[in-house]
Design a protein around this ligand. Structure first.
Ligand code: ATP
Ligand code: MG
Length: 554
């Protein structure tokens, strides 16, 4: 897959051309989230497009909250969005912007349109307005209030603004064309009455501008040159342009649309994500199973891998679904190269070495097999170890490349051992393995030429730290959990979270700071939980397995 070239991003070529031809001296973009939820993987794509293009072409990208719907918005979302953008590695120019800080200007432009005879106050009820609007196949009809005089409209608009009317009683509409084949041009609403408290402007406004009336004008105020959004806004572009050409705005932004990024096995509707939180299907917006940026962070995904993925999938003029395995692959690749190694036994089984005297020195092991600069770690070693119960069998065929009674295996980073006996409880269950260490096998094959069958991981009993390990899997079992209006709740994966309580961790990993990422050798990639982890009671979240186990399922 090509990346970093014009070929997988049509916006890149378009901007290069605008700069070359002198259409714009410098590009200005913005990322404009509505603070009504946490950002998700689709937003990460939009962030990487807007910030990435600005970075690449020496332009400016800002963060602007599109906060025109106060009821659904909150300070929590404002803060999480800023944290997510910063975590992804982007810096917005200047302070964070708010659409709400332009409310006065937007309102003055509404009066301007009224004075120009290009907007009117409409008293139709919402039901009536719907009926007058027509359909895709039938033109709409003019509202009986459409021909009010500019004076009357101005008076009514000012009274709307003064809070004289009840919610929904009147609206301000642009006077464009009720017969337009583009429904967005059928006298769209500019202002609605909503006596709602706003997180930024308090109770100053009983009316709020619509997205359409606000967005392009905010772009114009900020000198945005390329207003990049997703394809669902394509039909709004004529309206965007109508406002820009009919208002005394200080600059002329242009809107460009690209296809939304969707990944399989994922839902990205904020409403549905909120439902998962509200119904306690997940613990929070940043539950590691959530496709939110905060969830991916807590899961151990890296900003670099997410950015790389967003670049790799390209930016095109069509919506598409990308296999989520591609995202997982990007994460695995990054962690394989960068995560230090550690050992963690998820399902401990006692291993006693008969011939290891007390006081064995710790063993030095590489933190990473191919990155010497990451240094070494020190592994305590003694006669008393733990291995994973899955790695031992009394009898097994040749495919089982682990420890078998009477056979040899290499302890990862350490010696070759040979199992000589098992300990069982009264129920006949195996509770321990007795083995001999083969002398001289630290870094060497056994002198007698009898090679071990495989390599297993282990921890030393006295120094290992009990840890809680959260094992995550995909949240949905179906590649398209909300396709065609399907009820995504029916496709919840019952095993999306399993908790290994009695796991034992190599001591060096226990003392790692929250958000440290490791490859637990032979188990996968794990991250110390951002909130719950401590050296005394380590908590690690599984980021991703070593291999794609879903590939064979589908
Ligand atoms: P909602 O789900 O509530 O309709 P939204 O996901 O569009 O909202 P916004 O806060 O309006 O959320 O999005 C901010 C920006 O992110 C917009 O420019 C939007 O086009 C873009 N965006 C949202 N979802 C995706 C996606 N899946 N792929 C690419 N860009 C997206
Ligand atoms: Mg939106």
């Amino acid at each position: 897959m090509e990346s970093g070239t014009a070929s997988n991003n049509f916006l890149r070529s378009l901007i290069a051309e605008d700069l070359r031809s002198g259409k714009v001296p410098k590009i200005v973009t913005r990322f404009p989230p509505e603070p009504n939820g946490y950002l998700h993987i689709g937003h990460a794509k939009s962030i990487s497009v807007n910030f990435g293009l600005a970075e690449e072409f020496n332009g400016i990208c800002r963060l602007r909250f599109d906060d025109t719907n106060p009821e659904k918005e909150s300070q929590e979302f404002i803060e999480s969005i800023q944290a997510d953008v910063a975590w992804l590695g982007y810096t917005w120019e200047g302070p964070v912007r708010f659409a709400s800080s332009y409310f006065e200007t937007l309102y003055s432009w509404a009066e301007y349109l009224v004075e120009q005879g290009k907007a009117y106050v409409d008293d139709l009820s919402p039901d009536e307005a719907r009926e007058y609007r027509g359909t895709l196949t039938e033109p709409g009809r003019n509202s009986p209030f459409r021909d009010r005089s500019a004076e009357e409209n101005l008076d009514l608009l000012r009274r709307m603004r003064a809070g004289e009317f009840a919610d929904g009683e009147r609206v301000l509409r642009a006077k464009i064309d009720m017969a337009s084949p583009n429904m967005n041009l059928r006298d769209p609403i500019l202002y609605r009455i909503r006596k709602a408290h706003h997180h930024q402007t308090g109770d100053a406004w009983p009316i709020y501008p619509t997205y359409d009336f606000a967005h392009g004008q905010e772009d114009a105020i900020e000198g945005v040159t390329h207003s990049i959004c997703t394809l669902e806004f394509e039909d709004h572009r004529p309206l965007y342009e109508w406002f820009i050409s009919n208002l005394p705005v200080e600059s002329q932004p242009r809107q460009f649309e690209f296809g939304r990024l969707n990944t399989s096995y994922t839902i990205t509707s904020k409403r549905k994500l909120k439902q998962l939180v509200d119904e306690a299907i997940v613990d929070s917006w940043d539950d590691p199973r959530m496709p939110t940026v905060a969830g991916m962070r807590r899961r151990g995904y890296t900003p670099a891998a997410i950015r790389h993925f967003c670049e790799m999938v390209g930016t095109s003029r069509s919506d598409g679904v990308v296999d989520v395995a591609m995202l997982e692959h990007a994460i695995r690749d990054d962690l394989n190269q960068n995560a230090p190694r550690a050992m963690c036994v998820l399902n401990p089984l006692k291993l006693t070495l008969r011939n290891v005297p007390e006081g064995h020195a710790p063993i030095a092991a590489a933190a990473h097999p191919s990155r010497d600069e990451l240094g070494e770690r020190s592994l305590p070693f003694s006669a008393n170890l733990f291995i994973d119960a899955e790695d031992f069998r009394e009898e097994a065929n040749k495919k089982f490349k682990r420890l078998v009674l009477g056979k040899r295996v290499r302890l990862r980073n350490a010696y070759v051992i040979e199992a000589v006996d098992v300990e069982k409880n009264a129920d006949g269950e195996i509770v321990g393995v007795i083995a001999d260490l083969i002398e001289g096998t630290l870094g060497n094959d056994p002198a007698d030429g009898v090679k071990p069958k495989g390599v297993i991981h282990w921890v030393e009993a006295a120094s290992a730290v009990p840890a809680t390990i959260r094992l995550y899997d995909r949240l949905f079992t179906d590649p398209a959990p909300d396709r065609g209006g399907a009820d995504f709740m029916e496709f919840l994966n019952p095993d999306s979270l399993r908790v290994a309580e009695g796991a034992l961790l190599e001591p060096g990993a226990a003392t790692a700071s929250p958000e440290s990422r490791f490859q637990f050798e032979r188990e996968g990639y794990f991250v110390a939980d951002r909130y719950d982890h401590s050296a005394e009671a380590p908590v690690f979240n599984q980021t991703i397995g070593l291999r794609d186990v879903w590939a064979s399922k589908t």
